[in-house]
Design a protein around this ligand. Sequence first.
Ligand SMILES: O=P(O)(O)OC[C@H]1O[C@H](OP(=O)(O)OP(=O)(O)O)[C@H](O)[C@@H]1O
Ligand SMILES: Nc1nc2[nH]cnc2c(=O)[nH]1
Ligand SMILES: [Mg+2]
Length: 168
Amino acid sequence: MTDRLPHEKGFHVSWDQLHRDSRALAWRLDGRGPGEDGAWKAVVAITRGGMAPAMIAARELGIRTVDTISVKSYEHQNQSGAKVLKAPDAEMMGDGTGILVVDDLVDTGRTLELVRELYPNAHFATVYAKPMGNKQVDTYVTEVSQDTWIFFPWDMALQYVEPYRGKD
Ligand SMILES: O=P(O)(O)OC[C@H]1O[C@H](OP(=O)(O)OP(=O)(O)O)[C@H](O)[C@@H]1O
Ligand SMILES: Nc1nc2[nH]cnc2c(=O)[nH]1
Ligand SMILES: [Mg+2]
């Protein structure tokens, strides 16, 4: 995106790391919902990146009601450049009370800002957060600097590398 700083650093997340961090996120949220015993009503994943963390969190917290919201961001000059392509069940969502909205990360905060406008009482959780967007998140696990690009396991593959001293 045009308003993002250049990314000087890379933060590479393996499946194992993502699993551990998503579990840590779930444990932080345990018992903090508005229901009986602090239960949450449902988990809503922001697709696509939120789906794996949301699945892991739903499993940890014993939540079987899982829905999705799909947000597409546009690179226009105006701030209203994000659009909902697929909304979760309206009756279930209400104003967001008791709903755990999960995404993999918050960067500028634009995606969460839009979802928050729609469901102001939902709880917003991400695994990773950058400073520009972290005020949009209620709970997160790890903060990385704004000039860091996070590489997720679904965007990577194992590759052969030459030995440090070159081939024999
Ligand atoms: O805080 P922001 O600046 O809005 O950026 C964060 C969003 O960007 C990425 O999703 P992306 O839109 O790239 O789509 P994807 O999840 O389908 O990969 C990421 O998964 C977050 O949803
Ligand atoms: N994979 C990935 N997607 C993003 N979308 C916005 N910021 C990021 C990032 O750091 N990594
Ligand atoms: Mg996303």
